[in-house]
Write a protein that binds this ligand. Structure first.
Ligand SMILES: [Zn+2]
Length: 142
């Protein structure tokens, strides 16, 4: 189902909309890129690293890597949607890779011990990934 940016913005709570607009106006939307029906960007909010946002207009979906779970749309998605409407020139046109979905089935089958060991190894190879993971986890329990 095709998605219009205006209807996406209407889904956001008023407070979320205000905070997303502030992010956009402060220049927090970074590395914005678009291909036919897709928008991608990083948004630098209060977290120590930017969140990744994707809005798929042709398939009618959107996603953000932040832990916000209290409404359908977070402030980072609002910021990217506003940027696309009001500052389309910051989006570079490029072919966005069709990322193959990660198959997590193997991870689900690990025992707790194996999973811990796996995370530990991941933390050594990709510390920034674990930093983001741990931060998001803490946000969820705050
Ligand atoms: Zn977000």
């Amino acid at each position: 189902m095709r998605l219009e940016l205006e209807s996406l913005l209407e889904l956001a709570d008023e407070g979320v909309h205000t905070r997303g607009e502030a992010l956009f106006l402060r220049g927090a939307v970074l590395e914005a890129a678009r291909s036919r029906g897709r928008l991608q960007a990083r948004v630098q909010g209060s977290a120590p690293f930017p969140y990744r946002v994707e809005i798929n207009l042709s398939q009618g979906g959107w996603a953000c890597t932040c832990p916000y779970a209290w409404g359908p749309v977070c402030k980072h998605v609002v910021a990217v949607a506003l940027a696309a409407l009001e500052a389309p020139e910051i989006f570079t046109r490029k072919k966005l890779g069709r990322r193959a979905p990660v198959n997590l089935q193997a991870i689900l089958e690990l025992s707790d011990d194996e999973l811990l060991r796996f995370l530990w190894q991941l933390a050594e190879v990709r510390p920034e990934l674990m930093h983001e993971f741990a931060y998001n986890l803490m946000q969820r329990f705050e």
